[in-house]
Design a protein around this ligand. Structure first.
Ligand SMILES: NC(=O)c1ccc[n+]([C@@H]2O[C@H](COP(=O)([O-])OP(=O)(O)OC[C@H]3O[C@@H](n4cnc5c(N)ncnc54)[C@H](OP(=O)(O)O)[C@@H]3O)[C@@H](O)[C@H]2O)c1
Length: 248
């Protein structure tokens, strides 16, 4: 099938396009610059070049996002622009990459992702909303940023179930040819872990000797993570553990 990947230059998108090609699909990789083989330009924040990018697409895997910039413009209004620009006569399936817990965790970025899900559900386009847990590489980045010299503070009691980004790409590739779910499906890693367990595994492999300190974090967001709102309640599971990721 003719598949357009938005966010093709991102962590997930870079793994997704080769996985889809490996399964025999013709893949176009959308980003703002549209550089590289199969690259097409499209800007969700302005709508520029979107119609050309989406022309002829039978499947769209929507993995573009801007968590640190103008999130509502890119993720919510941008998703609306995307559904307005799709070729409805050709489109068979739009898969949206969301996050487990966007409906339960009071965090601005998650609210935007949830709002984007609602845009898609209301659009009448055949959708699957694939809520995924945190990628292993993203956890690495968070821990590396959180480290303060010899101390690595982590939120006390937070429960997560991170997943290998390559396995997310494989899973999405399998869903592309399946009938649209018309709602939410979840995908997570094989193990539920506390933030402290993740941090100790990271310290052990990187050998930097940092001391992991579990720190109580007040507030509703922290309560939600402690209550397991970021842990999938159903759906398929990846096989690769966080420790295996670290050792690789
Ligand atoms: N990271 C995680 O742990 C995680 C976990 C679960 C779900 N997710 C979801 O998975 C998706 C992919 O995450 P990721 O970590 O791979 O993202 P990422 O590395 O931050 O990549 C973001 C992508 O969005 C594109 N983008 C940003 N602004 C854009 C705009 N105005 N128009 C068009 N494209 C734009 C970027 O392309 P250019 O900058 O090249 O234009 C880039 O390809 C996101 O929806 C995220 O919410 C992520």
């Amino acid at each position: 099938m003719d598949v357009l990947v938005t966010g093709a230059t991102g962590r997930l998108g870079q793994r997704l396009a080769p996985a889809l090609e490996g399964a025999g699909h013709v893949v176009r990789r959308m980003s703002r610059r549209g550089a590289g083989p199969g690259g097409v330009r499209g800007d969700l924040a302005t709508g520029r070049d979107l119609r050309e990018a989406l022309s002829g697409a039978e499947v769209v895997v929507h993995a573009a996002s801007d968590p640190r910039g103008d999130t509502w413009e890119v993720d919510v209004a941008g998703t609306r622009r995307l559904v307005q620009a799709v070729d409805r006569d050709r489109l068979r399936h739009l898969l949206y990459v969301s996050i487990v817990g966007v409906d339960r965790i009071p965090y601005g970025y998650y609210r935007a992702k949830y709002a984007a899900e609602q845009v898609l559900l209301a659009s009448g386009v055949p959708v699957t909303l694939v809520r995924v847990t945190q990628f292993h590489d993203f956890v690495d980045e968070l821990l590396s940023t959180a480290r303060r010299g010899p101390v690595l503070p982590v939120p006390m009691g937070w429960r997560v179930q991170p997943v290998d980004v390559g396995e997310v790409a494989e899973h999405l590739t399998g869903l592309v040819a399946a009938p649209p779910a018309g709602g939410v499906v979840e995908f997570g890693g094989p193990q539920e872990l506390s933030a402290a367990e993740l941090a100790r595994a990271w310290v052990a492999v990187h050998g930097n000797g940092a001391h992991v300190v579990s720190t109580p974090v007040p507030g509703r967001l922290s309560t939600a993570f402690r209550d397991g709102a970021a842990v999938p309640s159903g759906g398929a599971r990846g096989r690769r553990t966080y420790e295996e990721h670290l050792r690789a």
